[in-house]
Every structure is written in C-alpha cells, then in structure tokens.
Design a protein around this ligand. Structure first.
Ligand code: ATP
Ligand code: MG
Length: 340
C-alpha cells in the first residue's frame, strides 16, 4: 500500500442492519455479510489459514469473533453503538479489501430511533451511533485495521429515497427532478424492523412514517420454535435456523428434513403483521405516486407482498437500496468540506 492511499479515503455506504451488514463501494461493488458475532475468542484454530472462517477483532479491550460463529442476538436496544456492531462492521470492511485504508462512511438508524414522533432528531442517539463507529477496532491477526475517519448517520428508509432520486449513469450524476417532485412511500422490510417513510415536497411526513418492530428475524424465531418443538430439541444453533429459513430444510444428525410448512406459516404470520401496519401507515396510498419496497425482507417475502398496491414497485437489488443511497448521500449530498 502507498501512503497516497490514505490521503484518498474510500467513501462507503454502510447499512449495518440487525440481520445483515451491507456495503456499497464507489467501484459499484455491493457486499453483504450476516450481522453475526460472539463475545470472546473462537476456540478454533485453522489447519489451513486460507480456510479461515472465523475472525477475531478487539475493541475497547473486548474480543469478538465474527464469521462462521453461532451468532449472539443483535436485537437489543444498544446494538447500533455496541462493540459487537463495530466488530461486524470492521469484518465487512476487511472482506471488502479495505484493510489499512481510511474510510468515510454514511450509515443509518431505524426511522423511530432517528426521529421523535414530532419529527425532532434524537440527537443523543444519533451522536452515540456516529461516535461508536469512529472508535478503533483491531483485527487480532496481521491484518491492518480499516479506520472510519468521517461518519454521518441518516434514517435508514430515507437512504433508499436518496437512492431512488439520485441517478448515476454513464454520463454522470443527476437529481431526477420528476422523482423528487412526487410524493412517495418507502417500505423497508428488514430483519428487526419494517420502516416507513413518506417523502413529499422534499420533506418527511411524520404522521405516516415510523418503524414496526417486525421483520425477518421474527420469521427466524418462529421457525426455530417450530423446529425445536417438532424434533424435541433443547437448543438449536442460529446458523442452522438461518439455513432452514433459506432452504426450507433442516439438517439434523446427517439427515435433511423438509420444514417448508413451518417456514411458510412463519412468513404468513409476519406478512400479516406488516400488512396491517402498512395499511395503518399508508392506507391505500391514494395520494402517493408510488410505494417503493426495499430491504432483504422484500426479497424473502416477494410472493407474499406482490399485490398490496397497484402502484407499488420493488427497488433494484432491494437489499442494497439503503446502502447505495447512503453512498450517494455521502458523495453528493454531504458537504464536500465535511468529508474532506
Ligand atoms: N437476496 C435475498 N434473498 C432472500 N432473503 C434475503 C436476501 N437478502 C436478504 N435476505 C433476508 O432478509 C432479511 C432482512 O435483510 P436486511 O438486510 O434488509 O435486514 P437488516 O437491514 O439487517 O435489518 P434491519 O433493517 O431491521 O436492521 C435477512 O434475514 C436476510 O436473510
Ligand atoms: Mg435494514
């Protein structure tokens, strides 16, 4: 690496969600890792270094193992500014090849964590998140740390709006005036939360914006409960459950079992809750020009949400809409003087 590299910080869109941590990089790469870590060292040594699948990081004198570990739950209140979060983000930056580099990042908080009901910013929470990711995290290997030197926080679903209205093409970057001019709702179905944001005349309508604490992690929990009951198991690893939700089969004692009925029932239940909240927040959306669905849940639940509004659309690679919007916000909206 050349010294000049560090004079050129890398801008990164960093959507560090409760289920997955997504990065958008200026060269167009999109990268996701599960938000999966454990406190402490891994107690596994790797026979071949190239096969290493668990990585250890240290922050504030605490060691976390990230990667192919049995992940500790992320859905606790302080997760966005925890050491666990910092270790996972550092791992994502390492995976993106940013070891030793200086990074400028924009990340997000759920709408209800970012704003009070009256629309005021929750400044203390925003500052906690902003400062947390600027703290050092050291890989416990020969790898150099990636350092976040500039970090701004925006509401998660609003990031998807920036992605929608700032258009990059071969020619350059434009603000799509037609898209900015019309009222639109963004529905972000994530792991822990489903976020709603209505943007009209470049302002957020707080009466129709907010977060429902329901998402794909609820599906996972339901499926875990179902498998434990059906096979009379005392406990079940988090990775096994994640795989069961993804593939509708569970592998126990060397045999595959079909659990599609459990997965479908869990999805239906979660979809029902999200549907009710969507109608409560948006009604039929008659005054909206479009309802844009984003988030990984939009992919996982695509069949169930296909016909909620006649004017709905699913963003391109919906799981990355927020991360892309965060990168665009960083590059084209954050004042150049701040980021310099
Ligand atoms: N391409 C995909 N296909 C199927 N499922 C997916 C896909 N991408 C993501 N998911 C699933 O969707 C869920 C939600 O993903 P997402 O990345 O939006 O959550 P998150 O942003 O981490 O959560 P939150 O926004 O609540 O913090 C995850 O459990 C993930 O497994
Ligand atoms: Mg999310």
């Amino acid at each position: 690496m050349h010294d000049a590299d560090n004079l050129n910080p890398i801008p990164v869109g960093l959507d560090d969600g409760y289920a997955c941590t997504k990065l958008a990089l200026p060269d167009g790469r999109l990268l996701t890792i599960p938000s999966r870590a454990r406190l402490g060292t891994s107690a596994v040594t790797w026979i071949q270094q190239a096969e290493q699948r668990i990585f250890e990081y240290e922050t504030e004198d605490t060691v976390y193992s990230v990667g192919a570990v049995d992940g500790e739950p992320t859905h606790f209140e302080g997760y966005p500014w925890s050491g666990q979060n910092r270790a996972i983000v550092q791992h994502a930056l390492q995976q993106a090849g940013l070891a030793g580099r200086t990074v400028h990042a924009v990340s997000g908080l759920p709408v209800s964590a970012f704003y009070r009901n009256n629309g005021e910013h929750r400044k203390d929470v925003i500052a906690k998140k902003r400062d947390s990711l600027k703290q050092a995290v050291r890989p416990r290997s020969s790898a150099l740390a990636a350092g976040i030197a500039f970090h701004e926080v925006i509401p998660e679903a609003l990031a998807a709006w920036y992605d929608h209205v700032i258009v990059e093409d071969g020619e350059g970057v434009t603000l799509d005036a037609d898209r900015v001019a019309v009222p639109i709702a963004i529905v972000d179905i994530g792991g822990r939360t489903t976020d709603y944001v209505v943007v009209k005349d470049q302002g957020i309508l707080h009466t129709a914006s907010g977060s429902l604490q329901c998402g794909m992690l609820n599906v996972k929990q339901r499926v875990a409960d179902g498998i434990q009951a059906r096979f009379d198991l005392e406990s079940l690893s988090e990775q096994l459950v994640a795989q069961a939700v993804e593939t509708a089969t569970v592998r126990l004692q060397g045999r595959n079992y079909d659990v599609e009925d459990l997965v479908e029932a869990a999805k239906r239940e979660v979809v029902e809750r999200i549907y009710v909240e969507t109608r409560r927040q948006l009604g039929l959306g008659v005054e909206l020009d479009r309802v844009l669905f984003v988030g990984g849940g939009t992919v996982a639940l695509a069949d169930h949400i296909a016909d909620w509004f006649p004017h709905q659309a699913i963003a391109e690679h919906p799981a990355f809409a927020n991360a892309r919007g965060m990168l665009k916000y960083l590059r084209y909206v954050c004042e150049a003087s701040d980021a310099a």
